[in-house]
Design a protein around this ligand. Structure first.
Ligand code: NAD
Length: 495
C-alpha cells in the first residue's frame, strides 16, 4: 500500500478512499494507494508553509549541498527506481532507467543554483545611487504530474523549486504512485528538512484543493490538455502563478531527400517506444511525395520483429499500456481508423505477445492514408498507433503541422540544410528536431510546447523553471551624504 509523505514521514492516518494500482504486465491489482481528502492536503500544505519559513533562509551553499547529495543517491538508486516505474507503469526497464537519467540531469542543473540566482547590479545608475535585483522564493508550490513519467516529470520541477527556496506539495499520478514516495525518501536521506517536499496521492479532490488553497502560490501541472486548461483557468482565477503542460500530436515530416532507412528506424523508435505513452512520441508521419509507399513499407517491415512483453524481461522492447481502460480506449481507435477509411497496414491486435494474456497489451499498429478530419488524427491516442499522412510538397506538410491545435514536438528528416532551417523558422511548435525524432531539450534549456500543449507563459525546467519559481525585487539604494539634501517634489529623474 502506498500512502502520503507529509512533514518528512509517511502519513499514519486511515484513508477514506483508495485506488487500485495495477501491474500492467499481468493485469492484476498489485497494490492500493491512499487518496487524499481536503484535510490531508491541508495538512501537507501546512507542513510546507511551516518549512518555508526556515528553508527560504537556508544559504545557497547549504541548499546546493543537499542537491548534490540527492543527485548521488539518485544515481546510486537508479536501478531500484527504474524497477518501481516498470512495475506500475509497464515501460521496459531500459526505458525506465533512461527516464531516471533525464531526471538526474535536472537535479544537476539545480545544483548550480548559486550561479542561477545571481541578480544584476548597476553601480551609479544615478549619481551615487545603485540599483540591483534579487530573486526570492514564492512559498508553497504545487506540482501535479501525469502517469507516463512518474519520476522524470516530478523531477522536472521539484529540484528547481526547492533550490529556489520554495517548499513543495507533489501530487503524482494515482496510477503509478510509488516512484514519488521513493524519491521523497531519497530527498530526506540527502538532508532535506522535513516539510520541504511533501507527497499527497489522489485524484481531482486533491488537485482541486491545491488549486484553491490560499497558501499555495504556484502550480506546475503536466497532463492531458482538457485538465491542463482546467488547472490553468482555475489556478490563475485563484491568483496563482500556473504553468500547465498539456497533450500532444507530434508530427515527423519526411522529405524526399531523407535517408528512408534511418527515417523508418526513427519513426518506429519514437512511435512505439514506451508503447507510445510519451508526450513527445511521434504519432503522425507526414511523408512528402513521392516517398510514401517506400517509407510505409520500411516502417511496416520493422514492426513484426518488435518484442512486446513484460518490461522486466531484458529482451522486451515494448511493454503493456498502463491500465486496461487505457488499452481498451487505444484499441478502439483501431476500429475508428478502419471505419473512417484509413488503411490498416499493421494490426497491433494480432501481434504475438511474450507475456501474461491478462496484461494490458496492444502491439504496434500502423495506419496509412490518414487524413486530418479522421478521429485517429484529431485525437491524442497516447498508445502504439502510428498514422501516416501523404502530402504533395514541403509547404503542404508544414500547413498540416501548423493547422494542428497541439504544438508540443515536431521533427523533420532531410539532408537539405536549407529546408531544415526554413522548417525550424516556419513551424508553429515549441520543440523542433532536425533528424532527431524526440527533441526533448536538455536540462539547461527549457521544455514546453505551443498552442494547446501549454497554458501559461513559462516552459518547464531550465532557465524558465528558475524564473517561474522566483519573484524578483529591484532595490534602488543610496548612502546619504550632504549632497542629497534639499526639497524637491518632482518625480525622481536620473542625474
Ligand atoms: P491526466 O490529465 O489524466 O492526469 C494528469 C494529472 O491530473 C494526474 O495527477 C491526475 O490525477 C490529475 N487529474 C486527472 N483528472 C483530473 C481532473 N478531472 N481534475 C483534476 N485533476 C485531474 O493525464 P495522464 O493520463 O496521467 O497523462 C497523460 C497525458 O499527459 C497525455 O495527454 C500526455 O500528452 C500528457 N503529458 C504531457 C507532457 C508535456 O510535457 N506536455 C508530458 C507528459 C505527459
Amino acid at each position: 500500500m502506498t500512502t502520503h509523505w507529509i512533514d518528512g514521514k509517511p502519513w499514519t492516518g486511515t484513508a477514506e478512499r483508495r485506488g487500485d494500482v495495477y501491474d500492467p504486465a499481468t493485469g492484476s491489482v498489485a497494490s492500493t494507494v491512499d487518496f487524499a481528502s481536503v484535510d490531508v492536503v491541508d495538512e501537507a500544505v501546512a507542513a510546507a508553509s511551516r518549512a518555508w519559513q526556515s528553508w527560504r533562509e537556508v544559504s545557497l551553499a547549504a541548499r546546493s549541498t543537499v542537491l548534490f547529495k540527492f543527485r548521488e543517491l539518485l544515481v546510486a538508486n537508479k536501478t531500484e527506481l527504474a524497477a518501481l516505474i516498470t512495475a506500475e507503469h509497464g515501460k521496459v526497464l531500459s526505458d525506465a532507467a533512461g527516464e531516471v537519467q533525464r531526471a538526474i540531469e535536472n537535479v544537476e542543473y539545480a545544483c548550480g543554483i548559486p550561479q542561477l540566482l545571481k541578480g544584476g547590479f548597476s553601480e551609479n545608475a544615478s549619481t551615487r545611487v545603485d540599483v540591483y535585483s534579487i530573486q526570492q522564493s514564492l512559498g508553497v508550490v504545487g506540482v501535479i504530474s501525469p502517469f507516463n513519467f512518474p519520476a522524470m516529470v516530478p523531477l522536472w520541477f521539484v529540484p528547481n523549486a526547492i533550490a529556489c527556496g520554495n517548499t513543495v506539495v507533489l501530487k503524482p499520478s494515482e496510477k503509478d504512485p510509488s516512484a514519488a514516495v521513493f524519491i521523497a525518501e531519497l530527498w530526506a536521506r540527502a538532508g532535506l528538512p522535513a516539510g520541504v517536499l511533501n507527497v499527497v496521492h489522489g485524484d481531482k479532490v486533491a488537485v482541486d484543493r491545491l488549486l484553491e488553497h490560499r497558501d499555495v502560490k504556484a502550480i506546475s501541472f503536466v497532463g492531458s490538455t482538457p485538465i491542463a486548461r482546467y488547472v490553468y483557468e482555475t489556478g490563475t482565477a485563484a491568483g496563482k502563478r500556473v504553468q500547465a503542460l498539456g497533450g500532444a500530436k507530434n508530427h515527423m515530416v519526411v522529405l524526399p531527400d531523407a535517408d528512408l532507412d534511418l527515417a523508418a528506424d526513427a519513426a518506429v523508435n519514437a512511435g512505439f517506444g514506451s508503447a507510445g505513452e510519451r508526450c513527445m512520441a511521434v504519432s503522425v508521419v507526414v511523408a512528402v511525395d513521392p516517398i510514401g509507399d517506400e517509407l510505409v513499407a520500411k516502417i511496416a517491415e520493422r514492426l513484426p520483429g518488435l518484442s512486446v512483453g513484460d518490461g522486466r524481461k531484458p529482451d522486451s522492447e515494448m511493454g503493456p499500456l498502463v491500465t486496461g481502460a487505457h488499452r481498451d480506449k487505444v484499441t478502439s481507435y483501431v476500429d475508428a481508423g478502419l471505419s473512417e477509411g484509413a488503411r490498416l497496414v499493421v494490426d497491433g491486435r494480432q501481434h504475438t505477445i511474450d507475456g501474461d494474456s491478462a496484461g494490458f497489451w496492444l502491439g504496434p499498429t500502423l495506419f496509412d492514408n490518414v487524413e486530418p478530419d479522421m478521429t485517429i488524427y484529431r485525437d491524442e491516442i497516447f498508445g502504439p498507433v502510428l498514422s501516416v499522412l501523404r502530402r504533395p510538397s514541403y509547404d503542404d506538410a508544414v500547413d498540416v503541422v501548423n493547422a494542428n491545435p497541439y504544438g508540443n514536438g515536431v521533427a523533420i528528416f532531410t539532408n537539405d540544410g536549407g529546408a531544415a532551417r526554413r522548417f525550424q523558422h516556419e513551424v508553429e511548435v515549441g520543440m523542433v528536431g532536425v533528424n532527431v525524432p524526440i527533441p526533448v531539450p536538455v536540462a539547461y534549456y527549457s521544455f514546453g510546447g505551443w498552442k494547446q500543449s501549454l497554458f501559461g507563459d513559462s516552459h518547464a525546467y531550465g532557465p524558465e523553471g528558475v524564473h517561474f519559481y522566483t519573484r524578483s525585487k529591484v532595490v534602488t539604494s543610496r548612502w546619504l551624504d550632504p549632497s542629497h539634501g534639499g526639497i524637491n517634489l518632482g518625480f525622481p529623474q536620473n542625474s
